[in-house]
Design a protein around this ligand. Sequence first.
Ligand SMILES: C[S@@+](CC[C@H](N)C(=O)[O-])C[C@H]1O[C@@H](n2cnc3c(N)ncnc32)[C@H](O)[C@@H]1O
Length: 242
Amino acid sequence: MSGKVYLVGAGPGDPELITVKGLKILQRADVVVYDRLISKELLNFCKIEAEKIYVGKNIGDYVIQDEINELLVKKAMENKVVVRLKGGDPYVLGRGEEECLYVISKGIECEVIPGITSAIAVPAYAGIPVTSRIYSASGFTIISGTKAEDKLIDEDYIPRKGTLVILMGLRKIENMVNILIKLRNEREPVAVIENGTTENQRVFTGELKDLVNIVRSNNVTSPAVIVIGEVVKFREYLWKFK
Ligand SMILES: C[S@@+](CC[C@H](N)C(=O)[O-])C[C@H]1O[C@@H](n2cnc3c(N)ncnc32)[C@H](O)[C@@H]1O
């Protein structure tokens, strides 16, 4: 008999942004395998005897992903309730689907508990809704600024209109901005939000043409969400943290 793996979305940083369902499963877990970007405060909800294993990875770290997959299977085979606690939502640019497929391929049950993604919650905490009728932003697109094997971002993923939310966008920022300026308006409003939803949140705004300078001059570091579009103008009226 084997245990079960739960892929639980921890939310974007504020520990209270985990779902009730996710929290209940976390409290039952025998083993918690957790990422770099989850709030460590969440680990206080685990059973005292729960085994907590940190597997924070660096960008492009493919070896460790295999090790994580193996670890989940190994622990479940010991008949344990295994929580794989992932930042934001497990299925938004988080490789949760790969982990789930691997676990299932070994004959072990795997269930996903969705989480609040940083792509929506981080802008929201900074006073930026990702859609709006007021600014004719009737849709939004989430893209990764960093592709597998270090490739440049694919222009086909960049919409000409609507709000664009970029995760993992800092590493290739110069290249990315050059592509964005070709496809969108260089005067479009942008926001860069570092450590969103946490007490260390920092927010910078400006125009797309100045994005590289905004990031460099303020020494913005990961994790950060970049938002491009008219909706950034809402920040002036809706921001939460001062
Ligand atoms: C590997 S992706 C995982 C995304 C996650 N699955 C989600 O739904 O939020 C990690 C990226 O999410 C963004 N991110 C996650 N948490 C963040 C936070 N608290 N503040 C700003 N950006 C964050 C950053 O762009 C970071 O590089």
